[in-house]
Design a protein around this ligand. Structure first.
Ligand SMILES: CC(C)(COP(=O)(O)OP(=O)(O)OC[C@H]1O[C@@H](n2cnc3c(N)ncnc32)[C@H](O)[C@@H]1OP(=O)(O)O)[C@@H](O)C(=O)NCCC(=O)NCCS
Length: 176
């Protein structure tokens, strides 16, 4: 599943990941639109994270040419703190999360976990998804811990060194 990874050369000099900002706001997911696109493009990863996934500009370009791509801004209060993208094509009952990032100045504050939870709610509300797959680079221990704690189970590593993990949605049967 090579679409999850596109290496990025770090061309812009150092990132500015030392900044600390207040956290604690509610997290919500927004479709990409004029009001949040610039902020999504300004999100940064730490230098040692930049090969873990494609940069957001490439992802948005890719999404513009793919009707199945669902790109989302991760918003805390009035601040865009992250970006993710998934595909939930109706036919196979599987959704695939293939981009997921929190700006490096905002990592480690629970935003990733909250965004994943909001995303799983959004995917569940679509109604047709049985399984959610996520792909991440096998060496990405932080991502592994996040996904495992949400119930994803590692399934296989693909040819590009990406791990595919699966979460099965358990459907609740309502009793009379
Ligand atoms: C992975 C990522 C999305 C997590 O977002 P985050 O906001 O930093 O994560 P949270 O603060 O919500 O923490 C969620 C869990 O991630 C793991 N985690 C977070 N920071 C960690 C760290 N420094 N070391 C190890 N695990 C860590 C933990 O399991 C944590 O749960 P816990 O606090 O209960 O132990 C974010 O770090 C990121 O964007 N990383 C770079 C891009 C990437 O790896 N994307 C995912 C694969 S494509």
């Amino acid at each position: 599943m090579a679409r999850g990874r596109q290496s990025r050369l770090h061309e812009q000099g150092g990132t500015n990941c030392a900044g600390k900002e207040a956290s604690g706001s509610e997290i919500r997911l927004e479709p990409i639109q004029a009001s949040n696109k610039k902020a999504v493009l300004a999100l940064e990863l730490a230098e040692d994270q930049q090969d873990l996934l494609a940069d957001n500009a490439s992802s948005l370009k890719e999404a513009a040419g793919d009707d199945d791509a669902r790109p989302r801004a991760v918003v805390a209060g009035d601040r865009v703190v992250g970006f993710l993208m998934y595909d939930a094509s109706v036919n196979d009952g599987e959704a695939l999360i293939y981009r997921f990032m929190i700006d490096c100045r905002n990592q480690g504050r629970g935003y990733g976990r909250a965004a994943l939870s909001a995303l799983l709610k959004e995917i569940g509300a679509l109604g047709h998804v049985r399984d959610v797959l996520v792909c991440y680079m096998s060496e990405n221990e932080r991502a592994r811990r996040l996904y495992q704690s949400a119930g994803f189970v590692d399934e296989r590593a693909d040819a590009d060194g990406e791990m595919i993990a699966r979460l099965r949605f358990v459907r609740q049967t309502r009793r009379p």
